[in-house]
Every structure is written in C-alpha cells, then in structure tokens.
Design a binder for this molecule. Structure first.
Ligand code: UDX
Length: 433
C-alpha cells in the first residue's frame, strides 16, 4: 500500500513516520522546501521525543519514508492520501480556517491517476470531509475515489506512543470498499487488539471535537473546584484522587493548573462552539468552559502580583514556557500569557525551559533567557512554576531560597508539597491546595 501524507506538522509527520514503522511505503509532502530539506536530513522542525530516530530509520535504513515538495508527483501512485494540513482558528470568530484543506483537495483532484482514498486526518468541523468530496468531484468521477474521516488523538510529547498504541482508531466511511481499505491499513494494530470505531463520516468528525471538548471540560471543571478548594482549605489533589478512582470519572485530565493551552484544545473548543451556533444548538456548557479558561490566566497573574507585591521594575521568574512538558511548542502557552501580562506592568521576566526557549524568544523579546533553573531564580522576587517539566520536580530548593525575605513560589502545577516548602521558608502558593 502506497501512502501520501500532505502536510508535515505534528499530525502529518508523526503519522508518516509511524505508517513507515508499520511497513508502508510513505511519502510526506510539504510546500515549504526548507522544511523538506531539513526532513531529508532527519531533522525534525519541532521537539517530539523519539521522532528523529524514527525519521532516520525509515529515511536511511528501510527507505520506506521519503519527503517531497511536489504534491502532483506524490499523489500519482497513492492508494491512500492523508490531508494533515493546519486548520488554525480564524482570529475573530474562532471558526476553523479550512483554506489549506480546500487548496490541497483541489490539487489532489487535479493529479490523482487511479482509485484512492482521500482521508481527512486534520481536525475538521463536521461536514468538511463531504465538502472535500464535492471539490474533488469537480475533476474526478465518483467511482474513482472515496473520502474517509480518520481523526488523530495524538498528544504532543507522547505522539508516537499515542499513534502506535491508541485507545481506539476512529474511521468514518461512506461504503464497504473504503471501510475495508482503511481497516486493512490499520491491521498492524490488530496485534494489540486496538478497537476500531467504524461509523459515518459526520459521526467520526464529531467524535474528535467532542473528545477534545470533553477533556477541556474536565480541566475547566477541576480548575473551578480548585478555586473553591483554596477558599475552604480543601486539597484539590486529594479531591481529584477521590474523584478519579471512580471508573466512571477516571483520573486523567483532573490536574488543576493555569488552564488548558496548546494548538488544539483552545481552537477545537471554539470551533465546536461555532458549529453548534451555526446549527442553533445550545452549547452553554462548552461556552462556559471556554470563557472560564480564557479568563483564568489574567486572574492567576493578578493573584501572583498581589500575593508577592510585585511592582514595576521588580523581577519575576518563570520556570517552564512550553504549553505542557516534553514539547517545545509555546502556542497558547499559559506561561507565555502570564509573562506578557507581567511585562505590560513593567516587571522583568527571567525564565528557563529545557526545550522551548528559542520558540518563546521569537515572539517575546522581553524574556531574559537563563541557562538553568537556578540562574533564572537568582535575585527574583517571585518564582512561577508554569509547566511541569520533570526537571522542576527535584530542584535543590535550598540553593534558591534567599533569607532576605520570604520568597514567593507559585506552583501552578502543584508539583511540590506545600508543607515542605513552607518549612524551607518559602511563601508557597499552589493551585487549589
Ligand atoms: C490534545 C489531546 O489530548 C489530543 O488527544 C489531541 O489529539 C490534541 O490535543 P495536546 O494538546 O498535545 O493533546 O495536549 P494535552 O496533553 O491534551 O494537554 C492540553 C492542555 O491541557 C495543556 O495545556 C495541559 O497543560 C492542560 N492540562 C492537561 C491540564 O491543565 N490538566 C490536565 O489534567 C491535563
């Protein structure tokens, strides 16, 4: 089976490398020649544990993986073509911008030479896959292709494992022929008895948005309960533990923090709300999840300023700039949002992140990047742990505490024990603890 993946972002590149790992001849296409040149040297444009080894193995050893910036050439022999281009939020309405999807669908229809599947793997609003079909029908007769929805459930930082050992594969098909072919593609997962949810195209598209939106709802819910816990002296980590043991609730995505960020949850929640609005359906729950999350960062930053009495000219430290650990992605990072608000108030920001500093600095020149956590904390009035990188969990805090005054530490991800830090002399603030 020959596969063509169009778009080499997180979804496309991880999918291409993993399909090669399954043993399929796979070509990944991108219109950015510089990116293709980098990929041909097994250099990944973003940090993702394990990806460069996988690229190197299949580019140079098995030769199952190749990269090209010619879509026309790359779709000719394809049996299955994946559309994995970006679907960013439109600035104002929050709707998904599908212009890249339409453009790629048009180019595919002008260049395919034999029957193939065209699969939307990017996160696309319900109805998009059928609209892709309409675009292709402008150039190709109906019996010479089928469209399929096959959304991804990859988390940055664990994307390869999520692809190779998914909880489920979701496929949306219109007929038996396309369903059999896409199921054949995922046969290597049968060894792990991975459930395949085979349904209609619209249902598959909804499953993706509903899944991400539900996870975002869990996060906003536990964050609201954390705010109440703080007021009444309860411990949100024990609350989450007591809830999560109930199998109907589950312990995942109940970690209180500064709110959800990244390139998916914020955009997917807003796009799902927009879809409901278009169909005049009451999505007041998700609206509340979204607006609460949008407000959270400024509320937390105001608390940081007031509790540590930060004034213009003071210095604050932020440990962790990426939106979550094990990635260099700073898109919609709560740490960066906090830094921006502090910067507007004339507070100097010293920071350290194991991977994300180059990306963070690109659009935030005001950040003072430091070589390690200790340098970042030196001479600071307030320390903010914004992202729960493992290396922040075992800092030698005695090297940080300065006896001049009770140094404030804002452990936004609750990685430390409040009592231990108070005994060390810190003015400790967790989230809901
Ligand atoms: C998410 C979905 O998990 C994945 O299935 C989908 O394909 C893409 O979007 P990702 O955005 O990489 O993956 O990160 P994720 O680990 O889901 O975290 C998203 C945000 O929620 C991060 O900002 C994280 O800090 C936050 N989060 C996560 C919490 O605040 N609390 C939690 O308990 C879990």
């Amino acid at each position: 089976m020959n596969l063509t993946i169009i778009g080499t972002g997180y979804v496309g590149l991880i999918s291409g490398a993993c399909f090669a790992e399954f043993g399929y001849q796979t070509v990944c296409v991108d219109k950015d020649q510089n990116r293709i040149d980098e990929l041909n040297q097994s250099k990944c444009p973003f940090y993702e544990p394990g990806i460069e080894d996988l690229l190197n193995k299949h580019l140079n050893k098995t030769k199952l993986l190749s990269f090209s910036n010619s879509l026309a050439e790359s779709v000719k022999d394809a049996d299955i073509i994946f559309i994995t281009v970006g679907t960013p939020s439109k600035r104002l309405e929050g709707d998904a911008d599908l212009s890249f999807v339409w453009d790629v669908a048009r180019q595919i229809s002008q260049n395919i030479k034999k029957y193939c599947l065209i699969v939307t793997k990017s996160t696309v609003p319900v109805g998009t896959t059928k609209q892709v079909k309409q675009i292709i029908l402008e150039n190709i007769h109906e019996e010479n292709f089928d469209v399929v929805s096959n959304p991804e459930f990859l988390r940055e930082g664990s994307a390869i494992d999520d692809f190779m050992r998914p909880d489920r594969v979701v496929i949306g098909c219109e007929n038996q022929k396309s369903e059999s072919l896409i199921k054949e593609l995922y046969r290597p997962l049968n060894l792990n008895e991975t459930p395949i949810v085979s349904t209609s195209i619209e249902t598959s598209e909804i499953i993706k948005y509903a899944s991400n939106s539900f996870l975002a709802t869990k996060i906003s819910f536990i964050n609201q309960v954390a705010d109440l816990s703080e007021k009444v002296g309860a411990n949100i980590q024990d609350v989450a533990k007591g809830m999560g043991i109930d199998k109907r609730i589950g312990s995942k995505f109940l970690h209180a923090g500064p709110g959800y960020g990244g390139s998916c949850f914020p955009k997917d929640v807003k796009a799902f709300i927009n879809t409901a609005k278009k169909h005049n359906v009451d999505f007041s729950i998700l609206n509340a999840v979204d607006s609460f999350n949008d407000r959270r960062v400024s509320e937390i930053t105001n608390k940081i300023i007031s509790k540590s009495n930060l004034n213009k000219g003071d210095t604050a430290t932020i440990l962790g700039l990426s939106f979550k650990p094990n990635t260099d992605d700073v898109r919609d990072s709560t740490s960066i949002k906090i830094a921006k608000i502090l910067n507007t108030k004339g507070i100097n920001i010293k920071c350290y992140d194991p991977e994300a500093m180059p990306n963070a600095k690109k659009e935030n020149a005001f950040l003072t990047l430091c070589d390690d956590s200790y340098a970042a904390c030196n001479n600071s009035k307030a320390i903010i742990i914004g992202t729960e990188w493992n290396e922040f969990r075992a800092l030698d805090l005695k090297k940080i505490i300065n006896n001049k005054n009770k140094l404030c530490i804002f452990d936004l991800r609750n990685i430390y024990n409040p009592k231990e830090l108070q005994e060390l002399g810190f003015n400790y603030f967790g989230t809901g603890t």
